[in-house]
Design a protein around this ligand. Sequence first.
Ligand SMILES: NC(=O)c1ccc[n+]([C@@H]2O[C@H](COP(=O)([O-])OP(=O)(O)OC[C@H]3O[C@@H](n4cnc5c(N)ncnc54)[C@H](OP(=O)(O)O)[C@@H]3O)[C@@H](O)[C@H]2O)c1
Length: 368
Amino acid sequence: MAVPTTQTALVQETYAQPLSLKNIPVPEAIPGSALIKVIVAPVLSYAREVYNGTRKYPYTAPIVPGTSCIGRVAALGRDSTSLQVGQLVYADATIHSRDNPDDMILHGLVAAASPGSKKLMDEVWRDGKYGEYTLVPLESVFALDEQRLKELGYAENDLATITKYLCLGGLRDINLQAGETIVVAPATGAFGGAAVACSVAIGATVIAMGRNLDSLAQLEATFPRVKTVKITESVDDDVAALQAAAGGRAIDAVFEISPPQAAKSTHIKSCILALKRGGRMSLMGGIQEDYPIPLRQVMRKNLTLTGTWMYNREQVLALIKMVETGILKIGKQGGIRELTIFEFAEWEKAFDYASDNAGWATTVLIRP
Ligand SMILES: NC(=O)c1ccc[n+]([C@@H]2O[C@H](COP(=O)([O-])OP(=O)(O)OC[C@H]3O[C@@H](n4cnc5c(N)ncnc54)[C@H](OP(=O)(O)O)[C@@H]3O)[C@@H](O)[C@H]2O)c1
C-alpha cells in the first residue's frame, strides 16, 4: 500500500478549543507500531464534553482526537510478525506503557493520572484516529476475519460498533456465567445496551435498569431473557422491583456503567442491596465524585466490587471471537437502529448529534 507523506486530520491545536482540518505528516511505522489507514471511527456520546473541556479530561494539545477505528494496515514496524499490509483491523483505544503497564492512555482522549501516562501520550502516542492515518502500538491492533465477517453480513460501519461491546471487559472481570442473573444499570446508554447484549450472549438472564421506559422496552423487545426495572430513586421500591424482576432467583451480579451526571442517582445503592450473598459487581461507570456505598451490606453479604477501566487484550480477542462465531450480533444485526455517519469536516455536527442522540440504539461514526 503506497503511503503518502502528508494527510488530512482533525486537529485540536489548543485544549478545549474547536477542532480544524489540517495537513499534517503521516507518522512512520516505527518498530512496535502499525500505521493504519482509517476507514471509519466511532464518536462517543460525550465527545463534545471531552473536547470542549467540560469533562476536564487530562490530555495534551495539539492532538488528533479519536479513540478507536476500523481500518486497514498501511505499514508495519519491522518487528511485526503476524499482521499483513492491507489487512482489515480493529485499532483499539487502550495503550499501556510497555515497561510499566500501570501507565495508560486512551488514544486521542485521555491520559491516566501519572507522569508516565502523560509522557506516553505526549512523546509517541498522542494522535488518535480522526486522521486519514493513525499510528498504533502493535498490541492495540486486532486482525479481523474479513471473509467471515462478510459472510455474517457485516459492513465496516457495523464493525466500528465493536468499541461499545468492550464493556465485555467488566463482565469477564466478574466472571459472569451462563445461567446467572445480572442487573445492568443504567442499561439504556451506549455501553449499557451493549452490556445487555454481551450478557445475553454469554447466557445470562438480564435485568435492565434505567429511567427511560421506551428505551427499556426496546431492549426487552430486542433480546431474549431481558426484564426491565425503572429507576424511581426510592431505594426500597427499586430493590423490591429488582428482586421481583429476578422472579425468585438470586441476583448474582451487577454491571454498573453510569455517566458523571448520575452521581446523585440511587441506582448503584439499590443494586448493591439487591445482590445475593457472595454477589459480584462490576463498576465501569464514569461518576467522578465520591459515592456513598452501603459498606455494612458489602461486608455482611461478602460482596465483591470490581472496578474495570477499559479491558485487556485477551478480552478484546474474546469479543472478536464472539462476533466472528456469530454468538454475539453487533451493529444493526445486534439491534442498533441507527448508524449515522459524518465526514471529518462535519465534526461539530457529529459531536452534537452524538450528544443529542445518546443511547443504545444510535451509533455515530465519523470518517475521512
Ligand atoms: N470504565 C470504562 O472503561 C469506561 C469506558 C467507557 C465509558 N465509561 C463511562 O461510562 C459512562 C456511560 O457511557 P455511555 O457511552 O453508555 O453513555 P451514554 O450513551 O450517554 O448513556 C448514559 C446512560 O446513563 C443514563 N443516565 C443519564 N443520566 C442519568 C441519571 N441522572 N441517573 C441515572 N441514569 C442516568 C442514561 O439513561 P437515559 O436513557 O435515561 O438518559 C443512559 O442509560 C460514560 O459517561 C463514561 O464515563 C467507562
